[in-house]
Design a protein around this ligand. Structure first.
Ligand SMILES: [Zn+2]
Length: 112
């Protein structure tokens, strides 16, 4: 579980830096990320600081990691993974869950 969190944290951090830190003023920030972005220090934060911020928001329940996709947001539009629509398919031996973004229509399936 700890490794998974670190992996996710690493992905989120790279993504946050790329998408928000350097383009802070020119991007539309998704609702779920506002808390994080507003708390970013004016100097580039260290990875430890970002991990800590991310963990705080995870703990607060503002961010939810989708356990099947390992995502917190839509990769296309940034919509929170909490709002993904879920459709479940499958039979006795296998279950496939299709997650669809309600905003842009992006979708990905995962085996449950
Ligand atoms: Zn989307």
């Amino acid at each position: 579980m700890v490794e998974v969190l670190f992996f996710i944290g690493g992905c989120i951090i790279s993504w946050l830096i790329a998408h928000f830190y350097y383009h802070r003023s020119s991007k539309i920030i998704p609702e779920w990320a506002k808390g994080i972005v507003e708390n970013l220090p004016t100097q580039q934060p260290t990875e430890d600081e970002l991990l800590q911020l991310f963990q705080e928001h995870l703990d607060s329940g503002e961010i939810e990691v989708n356990p099947l996709l390992n995502r917190v947001a839509c990769p296309k539009c940034g919509e929170s993974a909490k709002n993904f629509k879920e459709e479940v398919y499958g039979g006795d031996s296998v279950t496939i869950v299709v997650f669809t973004c309600p905003i842009c229509g992006w979708s990905e399936d995962a085996q449950a």
